[in-house]
Design a protein around this ligand. Structure first.
Ligand code: BT5
Length: 324
């Protein structure tokens, strides 16, 4: 019963190392003290260190650095997002699980988190490096009231949410590179993958995959990624609480998705442009069949990147890899 376990954990946290009475929790739930003791053992299995003082109760010595439900929810301030979390030690890809969950009716804001992914993926099935215990590998099932045409902009909504959350939790000021990269000092710390389940006229679910390099050190990355990838820890010089960052992302995502549903893309566009490192720069847009060079003018109200070409014409880019 996860309610009892969560309540126990909440009280242990709130007591900040002072003892919490097992008897009181037992009374509260109408359980025996032995039952409570079993939940304590369960928490220890999850990696919590818990001490016992005779006649006084249990106290928290240390909590594990895991992105499980209890750790995330103790920071959570949202209404819907993250209220349901599926947590894995390891999996192939949280994105694949997210699709299954969505198909099976998972409610708006369902989150899938894994310590490790063995086949994490980027766009066009490119591999995404997802070592265990160091990053945020998360997929979120959303059911916003948007048309399928409005769905791609959710990548930009997510990018703004993650950027704001990184700022608040770490003080780092990242840049957004259209459409789905978040960079610090020119290196990628976050990639976003937005996928859709839709009828022609209706979004059934949007599955947003967010991969964030949080606590990796250089040797945690495959060698070929070191020139292009970095982690928040590498930038900051100290580890970051992943669970706290996840909760903050979910809170901004709930806020900004709501803004987008109510007021359209305008407010998000303003935020997005304030973080963009692309606007005004000469870029190469590499697409499947062609590569074009131009000056990035900004994004349109549809989230499309607008490039000014050498002949002065404007070209809208819907999907590409951008090289600065
Ligand atoms: C992305 O693709 O940037 C989207 C990544 C989304 C990952 C999340 S994790 C949770 C969820 N579950 C999944 O299976 N996926 C999502 P794209 O723009 O195509 O960039 C992919 C490229 O980034 C690769 O080809 C590598 O060059 C590079 N890359 C791979 N792993 C990286 C990492 N950990 N950090 C930075 N760059 C990486």
């Amino acid at each position: 019963n996860s309610t009892v376990k969560n309540e126990l954990l909440k009280r242990l946290f709130e007591a900040k190392g002072e003892p919490v009475s097992g008897q009181e929790i037992a009374d509260h739930f109408g359980l025996s003290r032995t039952a409570i003791w079993k939940y304590v053992k369960d928490l220890e299995k999850d990696g919590f260190e818990i001490g016992t003082i005779r006649k006084k109760g249990y106290y928290l010595i240390a909590s594990p650095d895991r992105v499980n439900e209890a750790n995330v929810q103790k920071h959570l301030t949202t209404k819907r997002y993250g209220r349901r979390i599926h947590y894995f030690d390891t999996c192939g890809s949280t994105q694949v699980i997210g699709h299954d969950e969505a198909q099976n009716g998972a409610p708006d804001g369902t989150v899938i988190l894994s310590e490790e992914q063995t086949s994490g993926k980027g766009r066009m099935s490119r591999p995404w490096s997802s070592v265990g215990g160091k990053g945020i590998w998360m997929s979120i099932v959303l059911r916003p009231s948007l048309t399928p045409q409005q769905a791609p902009q959710m990548t930009l909504v997510a990018a703004v949410s993650v950027t704001r959350a990184i700022q608040e939790v770490t003080g780092i000021e990242p840049d957004i590179k259209w459409p789905n990269d978040i960079l610090v000092g020119g290196k990628k710390v976050t990639g976003i993958l937005t996928e859709l389940q839709a009828d022609p006229d209706r979004v059934k679910a949007i599955i947003i995959g967010i991969g964030i390099n949080v606590n990796q050190v250089e040797t945690d990355f495959p060698e070929e990624l070191n020139p292009i990838a970095t982690s928040l820890r590498q930038v900051l010089g100290k580890p970051v609480d992943r669970a706290e960052l996840i909760a903050k992302i979910l809170s901004f995502l709930e806020l900004f998705t709501g803004l987008y549903e109510k007021h359209g893309f305008g407010p998000i566009k303003l935020l997005w442009e304030s973080y963009s490192n692309t606007t005004g720069k000469q870029v190469r847009a590499v697409m499947l069949n062609e590569t074009i060079v131009g000056t990035a003018m900004g994004i349109s109200d549809e989230g499309v990147l607008e490039l000014k070409l050498a002949d002065g014409s404007i070209r809208g880019i819907y999907s590409a890899d951008i090289e600065l």
